[in-house]
Design a binder for this molecule. Structure first.
Ligand code: NAD
Ligand code: UDX
Length: 463
């Protein structure tokens, strides 16, 4: 099948950038991204391309090039499904917050809704592609729904997980390490795989396009995220031992990273990993393992989350202990709220949990993040339901100027590794603070020697 029209359901952090790059690289294919969220679609269509709802370096330019040419954003889900030969499902698959599997399993209600809508609308054969991260064997459920339409339409289900990381999404999409496509071993399944391979082959070298069976593809995505998160929890576990022994975790990471079998990436000790994927996907993996009775497998992976929770808690505890065991009524400035630099995404950001702990100790939190709004900061805290909205408003204030956020504070906590933090006039910041002036660097970002020379009491992670 030659693909000329693609539809993507879900205009989020994955659907938006991925489809923008497909449209840019395949001008002969019409790509329509649809979403139920009218506000989000309006933002994608904003005349000023800098107002698109997702901040990613380089994304505005890609959207500007393709939008209106062969890239469209719309709320008309049915029309886009009807017209497309190939439909990506890129909706959210959060951890369940209710019922069986609450707090562990992936919530597949949005996926099922998409499948039912496709089944209802489709009048000709379609390839349906799982772009969302899904539990292994989800394609079976989607196929069951699609195969019971009774209107003779044939569907092929492919798994094509996305490996982009936020903050580098455009570069990751332009130069992926690999593209993974899982499909049926039948001739129809292989034809569907080939159709999707042909789309990617417009810019991705074909020897990096991997094809597998559906189940391997689904499980590889959960596995990749589990391995990546495990490296962070491993180095973070050792950061605590470093603090006790006089070893420096940065030096340890460098020393082990030069072993080509270990590799140097993803060994940066931090206040703990965040983001919408790692925790959700590992919990999902743990849940799947348990559902097959594989308790040792489940326990093994669960430790990655336990260690990450410990690392976040350890950071807030260290702040309280260092500030003479009380932060009540003290102003603590947070540099950064996003879960990593170069994104406006705050989902599961360590900053949220550290702030929550400190507010429990009655601290006042002053937040500066170059890309996160005050509304988002409050919404993140409200979501935890630890206290009322008004109580959060009373304890947290956002600033659009980092110097104002730090003015009069007892301590600064670096929660995100934004490059601009290293360029500040730290002497000016020091002069405006209460003394002793503390810096808790949750990203080992700042220059310890420089700050200590100015007079700061500096504490990083794992050193
Ligand atoms: P997101 O929440 O940013 O976007 C999902 C969008 O889907 C939302 O805008 C929502 O309104 C829309 N939606 C939900 N149900 C819908 C329906 N029935 N019809 C139309 N629109 C609907 O989520 P995301 O971060 O883009 O993640 C999407 C999937 O990709 C998840 O499964 C996630 O695990 C996976 N993933 C995410 C990343 C990442 O970095 N964020 C990376 C790889 C994979
Ligand atoms: C992750 C995966 O990397 C990506 O392949 C997948 O598609 C989605 O999930 P993302 O969550 O966007 O991507 O960002 P990532 O760069 O993986 O960072 C996740 C968290 O780990 C961030 O909070 C980051 O600060 C933290 N991290 C990362 C560390 O603490 N140390 C590291 O060495 C690397």
């Amino acid at each position: 099948m030659k693909i000329t029209k693609i539809c993507c359901i879900g205009a989020g952090y994955v659907g938006g950038p991925t489809m923008a790059v497909i449209a840019q690289k395949c001008p002969h294919i019409q790509v329509t991204v649809v979403d139920l969220n009218a506000e989000r679609i309006a933002a994608w269509n904003d005349d000023n391309v800098d107002n698109i709802p997702i901040y990613e370096p380089g994304l505005s330019a890609v959207v500007a090039e393709a939008r209106g040419r062969n890239l469209f954003f719309s709320t008309d889900v049915e029309k886009a499904i009807d017209e497309a030969q190939l439909i990506f499902i890129s909706v959210n698959t959060p951890t369940k917050t209710y019922g069986k599997g609450k707090g562990m399993a992936a919530d597949l209600k949005y996926i099922e809704l998409c499948a039912r809508q496709i089944a209802q609308v489709a009048k000709d054969n379609k390839i349906v592609v799982e772009k969302s991260t899904l539990p292994v064997r989800t394609a079976e459920a989607i196929k069951n729904i699609l195969d019971h339409t009774g209107n003779g339409v044939q569907f092929q289900i492919l798994s094509n997980p996305e490996f982009l990381a936020e903050g580098t999404a455009v570069q990751d999409l332009l130069h992926p390490d690999r593209i993974l496509i899982g499909g049926d071993t039948t001739p129809e399944g292989q034809n569907a795989i080939q159709a999707l391979v042909d789309v990617y082959a417009n810019w991705v070298p074909t020897d990096t396009i991997l094809t597998t069976n559906v189940w391997s593809s689904e499980l590889s995505k959960l596995t990749a995220n589990a391995f990546l998160a495990q490296r962070i929890s491993s180095i973070n576990a050792l950061s605590e031992l470093c603090e006790k022994t006089g070893a420096d975790v940065n030096e340890v990471a460098r020393a082990i990273g030069m072993d080509s079998r270990i590799g140097s990436k993803f060994l940066k000790s931090s206040v703990g990993f965040g983001g919408s994927c790692f925790q959700k996907d590992i919990l999902n993996l743990v849940y799947i393992a348990k559902s097959y009775g594989l308790n040792e497998v489940a326990d093994y992976w669960e430790q990655v989350i336990i260690m990450n929770d410990h690392q976040k808690r350890r950071f807030s505890t260290k702040i309280v202990q260092t500030l003479y065991n009380t932060v009540a009524s003290k102003k603590i400035a947070f540099l950064g709220w996003a879960f990593k630099k170069d994104t406006n995404d705050t989902r599961e950001s360590a900053a949220i949990y550290v702030a929550n702990d400190l507010i429990n100790e009655q601290a006042h939190i002053a937040v500066y993040d170059p890309k996160v709004s005050s509304v988002k900061v409050l919404a993140d805290l409200d979501y935890l339901e630890t206290r009322s909205h008004d109580a959060n408003v009373a304890q947290v204030q956002s600033f659009s100027n980092p110097y104002e956020a730090c003015q009069g504070s007892h301590a600064i906590a670096v929660l995100t590794e934004w490059d601009e933090f290293t360029t500040y006039d730290w002497l000016k910041i020091y002069d405006g603070m209460q003394k002793p002036a503390f810096v808790f660097d949750g990203r080992n970002l700042l220059d310890r020697n420089k700050l200590e020379t100015i007079g700061f009491v500096y504490q990083g992670i794992g050193a």
